[in-house]
Each structure stands twice: as C-alpha cells, then as structure tokens.
Design a protein around this ligand. Structure first.
Ligand SMILES: [Zn+2]
Length: 222
C-alpha cells in the first residue's frame, strides 16, 4: 500500500533531508490564487532498503518502513501546544491512498489555528518592536491568508520576483537598484531610475544647462 503525505498549507514543506535525499510536500500555492485544494507526496513502496556505509562499520539505514517512518515524522502533535510540528501545520499521513474529506477538514482546522496563532504572535511582536523585520514569515503569510489588514502583511511587491536585467538573479519587483548578488558579487543594475533617484540610491544626473537664467545675466529690462 502506498503512503500519501498531504499538505493543506499554502507553502511547500521540506519533509526531511537525509540519506535518502530531500523530500518535499508541495502546498496549495499562492494565497487567494491556490492551484489545488492540497498538495501531496506519495511513496509507492512499503519499504526502502538502502545499505549505505556511514563509517565506523555502521550501515544506514536498516530497511526503513516508509509508512512507519513518515507517520512518526508527520502525525505527531506538538506536545507543548506551540504549533511546532508538521501535523500542526496542516500535514498528515492519510490512512488510505487518498485523503478523506474528514481528514482534510481536520487538517484545515489545524492549519487555520496555526495561522491565527502566528498572526497574534506577529501582532504582539510588531507592537513591541515596531520593526517589520522582526515579524516572522508565517505571521505575514497568516495575515495574507486570513485577509487581515496589518502594516506588515506580505504584499505582492514583496513576493513577486523578476530576473535582474543585468545578472538574471531573481530580485523583488519593488527593488530600485540591485547592488549585489546573493553571494556578494556586485551587480549595480538600476531597475527603477525614478525610485532610485527619489531614495538617493544613485547620484542625480548633472544637467548641462539646468539654469535658464544664470547669475550675472540680468533679465532683459522692459
Ligand atoms: Zn543584478
């Protein structure tokens, strides 16, 4: 029997990163532009046998039972009630090959509870620090999904990215000047000249004959 891991959240979640590789469970897509009611990752096999020497005469793993392993990983509630587990974030291992409406409803309930919790956390953080950068990404996502008008909500400008015309690295659409690439390589492309001038990110252009009536020349008297 196959094992289906379901994600009713919006974002893609990394399930685990180990000897077997990296596994991701896709989400629903962008808030309010959802591509699907839920994302899923399906393991077709029941057991994975991979004898890999990890040193010290040890071999990893023993054949791992896929369903047991992912069920332990995913179907566990955060014991401290801090919404820290994948289960609390709207993921679950379906009992059958397809999730049932009941399973999906319960997962959506957990996901929404997590979003409301994160939104409250974000509000408290912003109230205390007044700093956008201290508000975490989940709180911003929550504000967007729940349609809450907060000054720190994720805007389209923040999430939409375009390739830089100079170096092709993806940059926020609202960026005026791309100063340097992520690895520190300088770029310097001016994306939005008007905005860059307004924010004084680039020097104002020197005009050759900016002053129509320079000093020393009297206007013609009538
Ligand atoms: Zn660039």
């Amino acid at each position: 029997m196959s094992t289906t891991i379901v994600n009713v959240g919006h974002r893609t979640v990394e399930l685990f990163n180990g000897f077997e590789g990296r596994f991701f469970v896709p989400g629903r897509g962008e808030p309010h532009k959802e591509e699907r009611p839920y994302g899923q990752l399906v393991f077709e096999e029941e057991e994975r046998e991979r004898s890999q020497d990890v040193g010290w005469g040890d071999r990893f793993p023993r054949p791992w039972k896929v369903r047991d392993f992912v069920t332990r990983l995913v179907n566990t509630r955060d014991v401290q009630g801090a919404f820290g587990s994948l289960f609390d974030h709207g993921l679950f291992v379906a009992a059958g090959p397809e999730p049932t409406p009941e399973e999906l409803a319960a997962a959506n309930e957990r996901y929404n509870a997590w979003l409301r919790f994160s939104l409250d956390e974000g509000k408290a953080e912003y109230q205390q620090s007044g700093q956008l950068r201290f508000v975490n990404g989940t709180a911003k996502l929550a504000a967007t999904v729940l349609g809450e008008k907060v000054p720190w909500a994720e805007t389209q400008e923040e999430t939409q990215r375009i390739p830089c015309p100079n170096c092709t690295e993806f940059i926020p659409i609202s960026m005026a000047v791309h100063r340097a690439m992520r690895d520190g390589t300088p770029c310097g492309a001016v994306i939005d000249e008007e905005k860059a001038l307004r924010l004084k990110l680039i020097p104002a252009p020197v005009m050759a004959d900016a002053d129509p009536a320079p000093k020393g020349r009297k206007p013609a008297s009538l």
